[in-house]
Ligand binder design. Structure first.
Ligand code: CO
Length: 296
């Protein structure tokens, strides 16, 4: 609904060749609810702010709300005097404003536990409040299609530290879940990254692809130095503690114990333009209407 493409064309080229180059900025008049897990680490907000700024190029900034799925983080922030919307509160806010068409865009990386919970919560709200919204679209998480995976790999490879030498390895830390819900997209991503650069590995905090898997693969290479980078939207608690922290069981400490030189680049995926663009594309292109459930 209401997705317009605004063409901004510039004329370039020489006197002989006038080659118009057009950059299409897709626009939508629909309201947008961005939903992320949340973070209580203030410095990690850089990632969310930058992601939001990119959404504002395609959506009216007065029609955007942001909700966190993590109750623990919302409660923690509330104690510090900051109120962040829950998903239900966000939906209620749009309902009160009289919004008819709403796009919900999750910033989750895969169709895992948090994303599925979000879908169920939106469905439940619609069921309890019939006739409030005409359409509620839910955008896909970051990694759904092959195109997504390839774009993510390209964006991540481009964002590698400039100082990294070609014989230095990289281990990215993803999240994953102990129940295995996001194992397959994570494994596909790992394979794609490996095909781009055999010294780039992906492990997760909770999923089945673990740090031990990454370490075992790393040991088969000649790399002596390892860069540690989060593969999460924000460089929050997991990045500062589990990845780069001083405790014995952080990935940095375990690698040092194995004799590797370790450097870190603590930057969330949300700070990378190529990643932000995938979320905007998902928000604009989704046809998954949760109000009138139709099948093609
Ligand atoms: Co976690």
């Amino acid at each position: 609904m209401n997705v317009l493409v605004r063409l901004t064309c510039a004329v370039g080229g020489s006197l002989l060749f006038f080659m118009p180059s057009c950059n299409a900025t897709p626009r939508s008049d629909d309201a947008l609810m961005i939903v992320s897990f949340g973070t209580s680490v203030p410095s990690a907000l850089t990632s969310y702010k930058s992601t939001r700024a990119n959404f504002e190029k395609s959506f009216d900034k007065d029609q955007i709300e942001w909700a966190y799925t993590s109750e623990i983080i919302r409660k923690k922030l509330k104690k510090e005097g900051q109120h962040i919307l829950s998903v239900n509160e966000g939906l209620q806010k749009f309902a009160d404003k009289g919004t008819k068409v709403l796009r919900v865009q999750s910033l989750h990386l895969a169709n895992g536990a948090e994303y599925k919970w979000l879908e169920r919560t939106v469905m439940r709200f619609i069921d309890k409040n019939p006739g409030v919204f005409e359409k509620v679209y839910i955008g896909a998480p970051l990694l759904e299609s092959r195109k997504d995976m390839e774009e993510v790999a390209t964006a991540v490879m481009k964002a590698m530290p400039a100082e990294r030498k070609s014989n230095e390895a990289v281990i990215l830390m993803g999240h994953g879940h102990s129940n295995g819900q996001a194992d397959l997209p994570v494994m596909a991503m790992q394979a794609e990254l490996q095909s781009r650069d055999p010294l780039v590995f992906l492990g997760t905090v909770e999923g089945s692809l673990s740090f031990d898997d990454a370490l075992a693969a790393l040991k088969k290479t000649k790399a002596k130095k390892v860069w540690l980078i989060p593969f999460m939207m924000v460089a929050g608690d997991h990045a500062t503690n589990d990845l780069a922290g001083p405790e014995e069981d952080s990935w940095a400490s375990m690698l040092k114990k194995e004799g590797y030189e370790v450097s870190t680049q603590l930057r969330g995926l949300g700070e990378i333009k190529g990643i932000q663009d995938i979320f905007v594309r998902h928000a604009l292109e989704t046809k998954d209407d949760m109000v009138k459930i139709e099948k093609e």
